[in-house]
Design a protein around this ligand. Structure first.
Ligand SMILES: Cc1cc2nc3c(=O)[nH]c(=O)nc-3n(C[C@H](O)[C@H](O)[C@H](O)COP(=O)(O)O)c2cc1C
Length: 208
């Protein structure tokens, strides 16, 4: 299957079957998402995997009637960090030093550059920036899942306050950005027959 075939095959599933995604497939998918690009590489979000039916049923009242969050195999929650500043950069620099076998003093310039860029934003802009990075990871999840023939449905139709509360995210310095149930499409899912609606290449792509 080519990449274009995979993207043509995927759609936002409305009804999932009760088939589970096996552990290894899930790990591979999340490992692919872990490789997502992010601004400066800071990855200012965490990926919460909710398998427990009990927890997902507790999320239902905050999901605008979209019971696929409980029907699916797993619910993936992208949660942006809420404490964004020097600590975010220091944590990343520790990892850079470890991976590239460099001393922290060799990374001071890079570190200062990132700290200044973050400090130049308002708290609201920093939060927005963190949510944007989470969305990049969501896009990657959708594509990688399609390539792996795993079904998904990106969702912003939920109440983030309720999600943060049920998942205990605030005390972990996180807030829900976007969610994505994954699993296998139900054979009766009416959406599967809906044609893909996309603007034509010439309308969407401007060649200058
Ligand atoms: C950020 C985002 C939020 C979305 N929220 C929902 C949602 O809450 N519920 C839903 O059923 N579909 C949701 N969708 C799915 C879109 O409606 C769907 O991707 C779009 O109509 C294109 O169709 P396709 O993905 O099936 O090709 C969302 C998609 C994105 C990217």
């Amino acid at each position: 299957m080519t990449l274009l075939d995979a993207l043509g095959w995927r759609y936002a599933v409305k009804q999932f079957s009760d088939e589970k995604i096996i552990e290894e497939e899930l790990k591979d998918l999340l490992d692919a998402v872990r490789l997502s690009a992010s601004s400066y590489g800071l990855q200012p979000y965490r990926i919460v995997v909710v398998e427990s039916k009990v927890v997902r049923e507790r999320l239902l009242p905050f999901s605008y009637g979209q019971d696929k969050i409980a029907q699916s195999s797993h619910l993936i929650v992208f949660a942006a960090q809420t404490e964004l500043g020097d600590g975010t950069v220091d944590h990343y620099i520790d990892k850079c030093a470890e991976i590239s076998n460099k001393h922290h003093r060799e990374l001071v310039h890079f570190s200062d550059q990132m700290k200044s860029a973050l400090a130049a934003k308002t708290p609201e802009q920093r939060q927005q920036w963190a949510h944007q990075q989470a969305y990049i990871a969501l896009g990657n999840l959708l594509t990688c899942a399609a390539v792996m023939k795993i079904d998904s449905c990106p969702m912003t139709g939920f109440d983030s306050v309720g999600y943060d509360d049920v998942l205990g995210l605030a005390k972990k310095g996180l807030t829900t950005s976007v969610i994505c149930p994954i699993g296998r499409r139900h054979l009766d899912d009416v959406q599967v027959h809906r044609p893909k609606v996309r603007f034509d290449y010439d309308e969407l792509v401007m060649e200058i």
